[in-house]
Design a protein around this ligand. Structure first.
Ligand code: ADP
Ligand code: ADP
Ligand code: MG
Length: 498
């Protein structure tokens, strides 16, 4: 059995650090790669060795498969962990790594290939008993036929790019009249974003929740699941707040979804860590959406409630070891919530707001975990995903995890860029979230920039009231005027004393 002694992380930022920390705990040497824009990045400093692989644009650095493999040869690296994004779901890269005699810490190129296409994935799992959203089973070639099917399914429908990812390549069609226009857009978006114009149709599930199951499989055919993560708070079909377990699943539905997720993994001979995503309707019917063949951004919430280090398991699996964890050993302990701290302006359509972190002070304390890749005075490069950090809290139950999150967000100090923190703070305090009664429309339904306007504090409010009273009094005869002013002074003094 090959044991990994030196591992290269083909990624950057928080996830590169997170992977290298586990490597260090396991006595594995680490190699970082970086672009010219990341010369001073924390992952570069943390690694035992670091190599610059090219200029800032990721197509010239973090995506340079051949260069990365060459670095491995030169430094005597024996394994590559791809993290998420970049080359993590690139079957060709996984194949090149294999051909170079290196270990890819992830699934086989074949599994990545099948699950990389939402349509191929659906076809692969079709012999198993996995519920699927009604829709077209293959790519649309005949529009007239697609319209007939859409009418049968019933509007609204969703046109999706088979090769889609990151919330891109999706178009909702509300009425048949809009079908052609949305179809044209979906196809051209799919071609420009993924180089593949194949699209298909799914019924648009109204009031949907996004609930996904974490799986782990070894190279000996053992597959287990590590329960669910609820990721329904999204903007642009992309997650911002995640938690485990979900506030709404019953033990029965959880077990059923877990079984389905394990079958999905089995259908493609899966090994490594993976995530099977489901959409859940308001009756708690669930449907298979897709499988992500990598470590997920929100994996920490699963680690918190199960006590399993997912990166460590990925490394053991890549070394060919058998899973030491049995399904019946696993149980959910407590509750974890994660918020993604993006350098985005929630008052301006969540547009990226890159710049320098003039103040950067992390929250700390019991039950608080911060996975980040920045320090004060560092600049957030414009070239990559604008995520600054993931803030995770863990408590005995959901209420405690949320209370800790509110405390942690209030203590997180970031200036220099706008962040999603105020938005996340709003979510944590919203009754729809605290009651668990929410879906993927949370942002559209409950959020407007106005809700983030600071409430005037008590003293200011009182002063404003007093000044208003004074203006009102000024319209009255002079005799009462003096009283009003005296009252105003007195109130102001009281207000200042607080
Ligand atoms: P997760 O399900 O792990 O939360 P996200 O959808 O947030 O995944 O994506 C994680 C990262 O991977 C992001 O940086 C996102 O931009 C990137 N990503 C995901 N899918 C794709 C894709 N098909 N092409 C390019 N980047 C992608
Ligand atoms: P991606 O590869 O971009 O992650 P997904 O198929 O996982 O694509 O969908 C991303 C998000 O889009 C889901 O989390 C959900 O919010 C929404 N979505 C996807 N399919 C449907 C559907 N059939 N009905 C309603 N919402 C959907
Ligand atoms: Mg998805």
């Amino acid at each position: 059995m090959p044991s990994i002694r030196k591992l290269l992380v083909a990624n950057r930022g928080e996830i590169a650090l997170r992977i290298m920390r586990t490597c260090r705990e396991m006595g594995i040497q680490t190699v970082a790669i970086y672009s010219e824009a990341d010369r001073h990045a924390l992952h570069v400093r943390y690694a035992d060795e670091a190599v610059c692989v090219g200029p800032a644009p990721s197509s010239e650095s973090y995506l340079k498969a051949d260069t990365i493999i060459e670095v491995c040869r030169r430094l005597g690296v024996d394994a590559i962990h791809p993290g998420y994004g970049f080359l993590s779901e690139n079957a060709r890269f996984a194949q090149l790594v294999r051909e170079a005699g290196l270990i890819f810490v992830g699934p086989s190129p074949e599994s990545i290939e099948v699950m990389g296409s939402k349509l191929a994935a659906k076809a692969a799992v079709s012999t198993y008993n996995i519920p699927m959203v009604p829709g077209t089973p293959s790519a649309i070639s005949d529009r007239a036929e697609a319209k007939v099917i859409s009418a049968q399914i019933g509007y609204p429908i969703l046109i999706k790019a088979s090769a889609g990812g990151g919330g891109k390549g999706m178009r909702i069609v509300e009425r048949e009249e809009d079908f052609d226009e949305q179809m044209d857009r979906a196809v051209s978006e799919a071609i420009s974003a993924f180089g593949d114009g194949s699209v298909f149709i799914e019924k648009y599930v109204t009031s949907p929740r996004h609930i996904e199951i974490q799986v782990l499989g070894d190279q000996h055919g053992n597959i287990i699941h590590l329960f669910e993560r609820e990721c329904s708070v999204q903007r642009r079909h992309q997650k911002v707040v995640e938690e485990a377990p979900s506030a709404v699943l019953t033990p029965e539905i959880r077990a059923e979804m877990g079984r389905c997720a394990v079958d999905v993994a089995r259908a493609c001979g899966y090994y490594g860590a993976g995530t099977v995503e489901f959409i859940v309707d308001d009756q708690l019917n669930f449907y298979f959406l897709e499988m992500n063949t990598r470590l997920q951004v929100e994996h920490p919430v699963t680690e918190q409630i199960t006590g399993v280090d997912l990166v460590k398991q990925m490394i053991y699996i890549a070394e060919g070891k058998e899973l030491a964890i049995k399904q019946e050993d696993l149980e959910i302990k407590g509750h974890a919530v994660e918020v993604r701290v993006y350098a985005e302006d929630p008052t301006n359509n969540f547009l990226p707001d890159v710049g320098t972190l003039q103040t950067y002070v992390r929250p700390q304390g019991n039950g608080v975990r911060v996975d980040d890749g920045f320090e004060q005075d560092m600049e957030i490069p414009i070239y990559y995903d604008p995520m600054i950090a993931k803030l995770i809290t863990y408590g005995n139950d959901r209420t405690e995890a949320i209370q800790k999150m509110i405390r942690a967000i209030d203590e997180y100090q970031i200036t220099g860029v706008q962040t999603t923190l105020p938005f996340c703070r709003y979510v944590m305090g919203h009754s729809a979230f605290t009651s668990g009664n929410f879906d993927t429309h949370f942002v559209n339904r409950y959020f407007t920039p106005d809700v983030l306007k600071p409430a005037p504090d008590a003293a200011e409010a009182q002063l404003a009231a007093v000044l208003a009273a004074q203006l009102f009094a000024n319209r009255k005869p002079a005799a009462t005027n003096g009283t009003a002013v005296t009252e105003a002074k007195e109130s102001r003094w009281k207000a200042n004393r607080r």
